[in-house]
Design a protein around this ligand. Sequence first.
Ligand SMILES: *Cc1c(COP(=O)(O)O)cnc(C)c1O
Length: 375
Amino acid sequence: MTDSISNLPFPSAPQAKQWIQDIAPYVPGKAKSDDGRALIKLSANENPLGTSAKARAAFAEAEQDLARYPDPGASGLREALAAKYGLDPARIIYGTGSDELLHMAASAFAGPGDEILFMQYGFAVYEIATRRVGATPIEVPAKDYATDVDGLLAAVTERTKVVYVANPNNPTGTLASRAEIARLHAGLRPDILFVLDQAYAEYLEPQEEDGGLALAENAANVLVTRTFSKIYGLAAERIGWGYASADIIAMLHRIRAPFNVTTCGQAAAVAALGDDDFVDASRAHNAEWLGFLAQEMEALGNQGVRVVPSACNFLLVLFEGNVSAESVYNGLMQRGYIVRWLPGQGLGQGLRITIGTEEETRGVAAAIRDLVTGG
Ligand SMILES: *Cc1c(COP(=O)(O)O)cnc(C)c1O
């Protein structure tokens, strides 16, 4: 009976597009050890101070409206962002995390036959977003773990449609200066979309600011993305936002899911934006304990331990001596800490360690010292 079907010249099941099959699955930071124990999680760049109390209160209040769809225009959130940063609210887009915006940029502006550029050791989502739309990822070698503007510009071809740069970058923590970002933008053809991912912008000191929002304000080919997942401590709610020309924003809206940011998330984000004390405390905590961790790791320099200078809420530590990153990673897991080891991104020699509470940061530093000195 089924012979006539099975004889048809078709596969026996639906086949994903070849470019989807080519995607290496994203591996998120772990929260548990391989044997299932709960660990101190320093693997996902979350805020160790938690969430602003004002944001939690606004979140709870918004639960009254669970039966209703969220505001599809996120108008309160856009107004609050516009007021805080001096932006045009009509040119603000919002996403289910900034991840969604990064995907939308590739979807709207590239496809099969097009090339998308990003750095070696760049944020893992860029390659996935590129392959998802059938475009060709072009990875440009990093310069001592940092963004290489000359390398990016040299890699541009007539097929290039999008360039992604995280500044500062995850997982390396490195920051390109305002002058370098301006030079990169100036060297790109105006038809190439420059996506500047500023997930960690709120951790920067004023003099470190890279000028991204001003570029997006004035240029027709710049999309800046930001997130509420990092300093604002709202990672669970998945809220990102972006700023670009009216034309770019109009195209992104066409492919945005209609109700992509939740009601509670919008309310919490607005309240979080208004809580400068929480953000300032988070930035100060990070500066203090990032400095501490970097110093502790530098003190292990004679064991081949090296740090990559970080402007983020994490530190990339390189293990170039006798004790490998992999063995430190496993040793930390034994001692109750989970950090990020990224061999899949070509970083088998490094561990990315999120800055935790004082106790967590002191603890992980001491554990690493023990592991590399055999103590
Ligand atoms: C964390 C992160 C994001 C995305 O965060 P969302 O939670 O999706 O908003 C984007 N870019 C970089 C570089 C990040 O580290």
